[in-house]
Design a protein around this ligand. Structure first.
Ligand SMILES: *[C@@H]1O[C@H](CO)[C@@H](O)[C@H](O)[C@H]1NC(C)=O
Ligand SMILES: *[C@@H]1O[C@H](CO)[C@@H](O)[C@H](O)[C@H]1NC(C)=O
Ligand SMILES: *[C@@H]1O[C@H](CO)[C@@H](O)[C@H](O)[C@H]1NC(C)=O
Ligand SMILES: [Cu+2]
Length: 383
């Protein structure tokens, strides 16, 4: 019965879709969440109930006017002046760059550690709120459902290069070499050159300027940053290099398996993030789907607006995983304070404080505050 309804809805909207297993898990998670609230009450009844909760949607589900509103808001952030002082980051020219600077500065303490998922949940929300508060965006941060487009990312409405996309592939550059992930000493995966390599060719971000980095990415032709910390001014285009080798890592079977097979948070976050011989796995697969200088830079990746769609999908998958067993999974974390525990540091705790830094300007929160999308400063669910 339910399946019939979905199929009919798909036909009416003019898109032929099948219900993927990872989406069925997300839907089951949402019903678990509703049941949980009905039984145990809201996590934060003063701030978030079903009356004011908002929905984050896949980009292809937005109306044309909603997409244009989002694109204009990002471009507005790209025109407003930075709040980060030039003495801290000479390359921070725009309000958008304030976000990139924060990611660069905190990269080694917000990845491969105990707050990777919660810090990025906070970061997506801060970006969404800034689009709304400072640039007239009326909606909420959309996501890019990798599993839907894993075979042909260039055909996704987000990346098809049209005026309602965030621009598409880069211009094709012939004669490039493959790149090693994680690095030439640990060449788990040889990422082959994709179908682009140069500047994005069309769409709203054709003239966008990436101002910071590069620091560490797969594109060896990116001009070096004048400052060793990558925070100097280095204006250039968005380069992309679409890679189906990478997008295949985000197929539904892998996403569904991550959600179903991860019995605890360490398994979940390690399987999500860590490459292994022959496999980039989902987090890197999603980043390298678009490739390029900004897109594959560990530090500078938010320079490409694709970042927000990718990491909102990461958040959706964490939300889905949490919602399979809410009581057990809400507050569970694993990992230390540092990237792969280098240098060694203590275990993270849910009372640890996370910050957006001085210039993005939101109050700090704890990891516990980010344990539910209905608590802390948050009040959203995923469709
Ligand atoms: C976490 O779950 C994995 C299987 O998904 C298991 O191999 C591992 O031992 C578990 N770790 C802890 C700390 O329970
Ligand atoms: C840190 O966490 C690990 C894995 O959960 C655990 O085995 C270890 O005992 C913890 N260390 C301390 C000092 O609590
Ligand atoms: C975060 O959690 C603390 C302690 O539980 C609470 O006092 C505070 O109000 C929470 N902050 C937000 C923004 O919800
Ligand atoms: Cu990140």
């Amino acid at each position: 019965m339910r399946l019939t309804v979905v199929v009919i809805a798909a036909i009416i909207s003019g898109v032929v879709t099948t219900v993927l297993e990872s989406d069925a898990l997300a839907a089951r998670g949402l019903s678990n969440l509703k049941l949980h609230v009905a039984r145990s009450g809201y996590p934060s009844p003063e701030t978030c109930t079903w009356k004011n909760v908002v929905r984050r949607r896949e980009w292809s589900r937005l109306k044309r006017s909603e997409k244009l509103n989002y694109i204009e808001a990002v471009q507005c952030l790209g025109k407003k002046p930075a709040k980060t002082p030039a003495a801290i980051a000479a390359g921070a020219k725009t309000r958008y760059d304030d976000f990139v600077v924060t990611h660069i500065q905190q990269s080694l303490t917000v990845h491969g550690n105990g707050n990777f998922l919660s810090w990025h949940r906070f970061y997506m929300w801060a970006f969404e709120q800034t689009l709304r508060n400072e640039c007239g965006y009326k909606g909420y941060q959309p996501y890019y459902n990798w599993a839907w487009w894993a075979e042909e990312p260039q055909k996704s409405p987000l990346l098809d290069g049209s005026d309602t996309s965030i621009s598409g592939d880069g211009a094709y550059v012939a004669g490039r070499n493959s790149a090693c992930v994680t690095n030439p000493d640990h060449c788990f995966v040889e990422v082959q050159p994709g179908t682009g390599g140069g500047c994005v060719k069309s769409g709203p971000f054709k003239n966008w300027k990436v101002n910071l980095g590069p620091i560490q990415n797969l594109d060896s032709t990116a001009p070096p940053n004048p400052s060793p910390d990558g925070l100097g001014y280095n204006p250039r285009c968005i380069k992309r290099d679409f890679s189906t080798q990478s997008s295949h890592e985000t197929r539904d079977e892998f996403v569904a398996d991550l959600i179903k097979s991860s019995a605890n948070i360490s398994a979940f976050q390690d399987t999500l993030q860590n490459p292994e011989p022959g496999r980039l796995r989902i987090h890197l697969g999603g980043h390298f789907t678009i490739g390029g200088d900004a897109g594959t830079d560990f530090y500078n990746s938010p320079s490409d607006p694709y970042f927000w769609f990718h990491h909102t999908m990461v958040d959706r998958i964490w939300w889905t995983w949490q919602n399979q067993e809410i009581e057990k999974r809400r507050y569970t974390i694993a990992g230390t304070l540092t990237f792969l525990n280098i240098p060694p540091s203590r275990n993270a705790t849910i009372d640890d404080i996370m910050t957006m830094g001085e210039y993005i300007d939101f109050p700090d929160i704890t990891i516990a505050n980010a344990s539910s999308t209905l608590a802390g400063p948050f009040c959203y669910i995923y469709e």
